[in-house]
Design a protein around this ligand. Structure first.
Ligand code: TA6
Length: 287
């Protein structure tokens, strides 16, 4: 486990609260301790940094040991929120939502889970990008499973992704299943899959799968992470491999993660002030 997350969980253990407020450097975070899981969410970026159900021996989400945890920079690992655009179609890359503070609106706990709602609405940091009223909210339901929903309201045409980084034992022996046959290749060399809908890794991968199954599986030697997709049009898979990782200031260990991102890219979110649009993922793990 990332030592910063371990320290936050140890500190929260001293209290009897389910949701504790804490800090990672200058960032405000929420530390969740529940009999069925523990989790950490950064208000900066509305970013889930850690979720581990009690029956699992390792964190499900990967968090870079080199992440900066600094305002103005995206956190590397966990579940960055790409919104209201995905990729480099505009500046900053992957939208502004991962670079500003969200507000915790409410949280509830029950025997099964802890639910938390974070929101982002028009403010001085969003004015340069969106002039009309909007409200985007993130609903986390954290227990034995981890459910993330992103709900967009306002007159918008947006692309978006839950850019999740998942822990694997070794990328070279991991398989991602349930991706479907069709994908858009983002790299110059296409590393064609030997089995349709499945992805193995022996070099950089950056793809947008456009007809994925309703469920994806990330299989390594020790466990299977299952991802149920809700109203997504695309699944993005990414690993930078060694050379690119060496050129990134906040990512050195490319071998222990794979990004499998539930997204709305080819079918953008088209919302109005009266009609919200929601998409998301439910994550579970067998060990
Ligand atoms: O989702 C894949 C991707 O768009 C890649 O092209 C790669 O650049 C990655 O995201 C990471 O982007 P970031 O802006 O977080 O460095």
């Amino acid at each position: 486990m990332h030592p910063i997350i371990q320290a936050l969980l140890n500190e929260a253990e001293q209290t009897d609260k389910t949701v504790n407020h804490a800090k990672i450097k200058e960032l405000d975070v929420l530390v969740v301790r529940h009999p069925l899981c523990n989790a950490v969410i950064s208000l900066y970026g509305g970013h889930l940094l850690h979720w581990q159900p009690t029956h699992s021996s390792h964190p499900v989400l990967w968090l870079s040991l080199d992440s900066l945890f600094q305002k103005g920079k995206a956190i590397r690992g966990g579940v960055p929120i790409c919104w209201p655009w995905f990729g480099k179609v505009n500046t900053p890359a992957h939208g502004f939502a991962r670079l500003i503070d969200w507000t915790l609106m409410e949280h509830h706990s029950s025997d099964e889970n802890v639910s938390l709602t974070l929101t982002l609405t028009n403010n001085e940091h969003t004015a340069d990008y969106i002039k009309t009223p909007f409200n985007v909210s993130l609903q986390f339901t954290l227990g034995n499973t981890c459910d993330i929903k992103l709900i967009t309201k306002g007159n918008l045409n947006a692309t978006s992704a839950l850019h999740s980084y998942f822990t694997v034992n070794n990328i070279e022996t991991s398989i991602v299943k349930g991706l479907g046959a069709n994908y858009q290749e983002k790299l110059l060399t296409d590393n064609k899959p030997s089995i349709i809908g499945e992805l193995t890794f022996n070099q950089e991968v950056d793809r947008v799968y456009t007809e994925a199954d309703a469920e994806q599986q990330i299989v390594d030697e020790h466990r299977t992470i299952t991802l149920h997709s809700h109203h997504c049009s695309d699944i993005v898979t990414w690993n930078p491999w060694m050379e690119n990782a060496n050129n990134m200031a906040d990512l050195s260990d490319y071998k222990t993660f794979v990004c499998v991102e539930h997204a709305r890219i080819n079918k953008p979110i088209i919302s109005t002030e009266l009609k919200s649009v929601s998409y998301g993922v439910t994550i579970s793990v067998d060990a």
